[in-house]
Design a protein around this ligand. Structure first.
Ligand code: APR
Length: 185
C-alpha cells in the first residue's frame, strides 16, 4: 500500500521544487519545443551536454518511445531530469501501452536514483497530439498502479518505488488541469 501523494497543479514544470522533473522529450534527446525546450532553456547547456553523452554511449540509436533515462538538471531547482519519449499520434503511435510505459519507466528511474518527489507534464498531450483526457486517464491510472505495486520492472531488474512520497502532475492550462483533476478525485 503506497502512501505517496498524487496531485495536479497548473504551472511551469521548470520551476517546480521537486527532486525530479520528467521531460516530454523526443528520441534524439537533443531538445525540441514545448516542455523539452523549456527544460533545456532553464537547465542550461550542461543538460544538453549530458544528453549528447547518452547519445554517444547508452542510447546511440536514440531513446525508444516509452523508455526513460535520468540525467542531472543543470540550473533547474530539481536534482534530476527524467527524459521520456511519448507516443506521437501524428506518427500513428496510438497504443496507450506506450504512453503508460512512459509514466511507469519514469517512476522506475525516479526510484532508481532515489527521488522522493517527482513532477510530470502531460506527456504526448502537446505536439504529439494525444487527447488530454486520454493522457490524464493513462497517467493517473498507471501511476496509481505502479505505486500500489511498490515496484516496477526495468531492463536491469525490479526497482523499488517505496521511497516516492509525492507525484505532482504539472499542467499548462485549465482544460488540461481539469482533465487530470477529474482523474484524481
Ligand atoms: N511546464 C508544464 N507543461 C508544459 C510546459 C511547461 N513549461 N510547456 C508545455 N507544456 C505542456 C503542453 O501544453 C502540453 O500539455 O506539456 C504538454 C506536453 O506538450 P509537449 O511539450 O508538446 O510534449 P509532447 O506532446 O510529448 O511532444 C513532444 O515536442 O517539444 C517537443 O522535443 C519534444 O519532439 C518532442 C515533442
Amino acid at each position: 500500500m503506497s502512501d505517496a501523494v498524487l496531485e495536479a497543479v497548473e504551472g511551469d514544470i521548470t520551476t517546480q521544487q521537486v527532486d525530479a522533473i520528467v521531460n516530454a522529450a523526443n528520441s534524439s534527446l537533443l531538445g525540441g519545443g514545448g516542455v523539452d525546450g523549456a527544460i533545456h532553456a532553464a537547465a542550461g547547456p550542461a543538460l544538453l551536454a549530458e544528453c549528447r553523452e547518452l547519445r554517444q554511449t547508452r542510447y546511440a540509436g536514440g531513446l525508444p518511445v516509452g523508455a526513460a533515462v535520468a540525467t542531472g538538471a543543470g540550473n533547474l531547482p530539481a536534482t534530476w531530469v527524467i527524459h521520456t519519449v511519448g507516443p506521437n499520434r501524428h506518427a500513428g503511435q496510438t497504443d496507450p501501452g506506450l504512453l503508460a510505459s512512459c509514466f511507469r519507466s519514469s517512476l522506475g528511474e525516479a526510484g532508481r536514483v532515489g527521488a522522493r518527489t517527482v513532477a510530470f507534464p502531460a506527456i504526448s498531450a502537446g505536439i504529439y497530439g494525444w487527447d488530454r483526457h486520454d493522457v490524464a486517464e493513462i497517467a493517473v491510472a498507471t501511476t496509481r498502479r505502479a505505486l500500489e505495486a511498490g515496484v516496477v520492472p526495468t531492463p536491469d531488474g525490479e526497482v523499488d518505488l517505496s521511497g516516492i512520497e509525492l507525484v505532482r502532475f504539472v499542467l499548462f492550462g485549465r482544460s488540461v488541469y481539469d482533465a487530470f483533476q477529474r482523474q484524481l478525485t
